[in-house]
Design a protein around this ligand. Structure first.
Ligand code: PMP
Ligand code: GLN
Length: 382
């Protein structure tokens, strides 16, 4: 069999998690918390697991009550944007992963171009290529990873079908500013290009930065698929529940694919999430995530201060990038393997986020970990 993705191996996140298991290293590689979801969510899940009738297929687009609860919360959080219509604009998906894939499958035709900012989350490139699409990469330069809009302008053409945005950005934590949204809108005005805005870290914006979604920009809202993930928001990456918000005509296309990809998402998890969202009428959980993760970021940075690591700024998300040139001049994959094997900490080499393996001498730490885990890791890293 001739592979459709001959250059793709096991993902770097799986690879580094396996290395952590093999070596016993502390896993700051794959992005997942080492704490559980909030107690009320776990209790809700247990309750629904015991509820007769909650174990068969959910409706294809998602449970109506979960979609209604998402719409209500999003209406509060996305100031100046109309509430999304749960009937025609929200689709519950098996994580943001399925939503990403469904959007690509729905809109990218062979030969269509998709603009991707690098470093980029690992599935973007392969998902585009599996549709016969052509990724057009634009590099975001360290340490601030801000888009150079002249460079973006040079790759946008009538062949551009989709522009992929990820804000806050994995792995850098960079956040799109009001100017960035404005530049994007200006660039796409008069074209029929669409936007896929991956906002899975939407609540993790630090130092008073405003939360801002593609939905809050009137011209972009009309052409955007906006994704979020309950895995990130409720410390439940293993539940694999997320959603896609898009105008009715775009949502209809996503659902055409979603119905044949997974058909529907697990029923009891959707009920549990609906309970918790309905009860949180002030968005206390979402707002609390900001200070919760900012404290983790600050703790981790303080633990590694003055130890030779060059810590890049972290405006959002739950990853810390670091330059290790004070310790080694090897490539980042070799350095990551050294850290796991010799120092007991697993990390992700940032070259894995570039289609051409560009190596800028950076590694990524995930700080979505208990204080004690971060302290133990820092002891090894100092
Ligand atoms: N997009 C980005 C930028 C991510 O970091 C992740 C999770 N690592 C996903 C999408 C996938 O989200 P989910 O786990 O909900 O499928
Ligand atoms: N999104 C997670 C990360 O960036 C990884 C998820 C996965 O392993 N697919 O670490």
């Amino acid at each position: 069999l001739q592979s459709k993705l001959p250059d793709v191996g096991v993902s770097i996140f799986t690879q580094m998690t396996l290395l952590a298991q093999e070596t016993g290293a502390i896993n700051l590689a794959q992005g997942f918390p080492d704490y559980d979801p909030p107690q009320e969510l776990l209790e809700a899940l247990a309750r629904h697991a015991r509820t007769p009738g909650h174990h068969q297929y959910a409706p294809m687009p998602g449970l109506p009550r979960l979609r209604a609860a998402i719409a209500t919360q999003v209406a509060r959080l996305h100031a100046n944007a109309p509430a999304p219509d749960p009937a025609t604009e929200i689709t519950v998906t098996a994580g943001a992963t399925e939503a990403l894939y469904a959007v690509m499958a729905a809109v990218v035709r062979p030969g269509d171009e998709v603009v991707v900012f690098e470093p980029a989350y690992d599935l973007y490139g392969p998902a585009i290529r599996l549709q016969g699409g052509v990724p057009r990469y634009v590099r975001l330069p360290a340490p601030h990873f801000r888009p150079d809009w002249d460079a973006v302008r040079r790759v946008v053409s009538p062949r551009t079908r989709l522009v992929l945005i990820n804000t806050p950005h994995n792995p850098s934590g960079a956040i799109f500013t009001a100017d960035d949204w404005h530049e994007l809108a200006r660039l796409l005005a008069g074209t029929d290009a669409l936007v896929l805005s991956d906002e899975v870290y939407e609540h993790l914006v630090f130092d008073g930065a405003p939360r801002m979604s593609a939905r809050q920009h009137p011209e972009l809202r009309e052409r955007s698929f906006v994704l979020s993930s309950f895995g990130k928001t409720y410390h439940a990456t293993g539940w694999k529940v997320g959603y896609c918000i898009a105008p009715p005509a775009l949502t209809a296309e996503v659902r055409r694919v979603h119905q044949f990809l997974t058909f529907a998402v697990s029923t009891p998890t959707q009920h549990a999430l609906a309970d918790v969202l309905e009860a949180d009428t002030t968005d206390a959980h979402a707002h609390g995530l900001t200070s919760f993760y900012q404290a983790k970021r600050d703790q981790f940075r303080a633990l590694l201060a003055d130890a030779g690591w060059e810590l890049l700024p972290v405006p959002g998300g739950y990853f810390q990038l670091a330059r290790y040139s004070a310790f080694a001049s090897t490539g980042d994959l070799a350095f990551a393997e050294f850290l796991a094997r010799e120092k007991g900490v697993a990390v992700v080499p940032v070259s894995a986020f570039y289609h051409d393996g560009f190596d800028d001498g950076l590694i990524r730490f995930c700080f979505a970990k208990e204080e004690a885990t971060l302290e133990a890791a820092a002891k090894c890293l100092r």
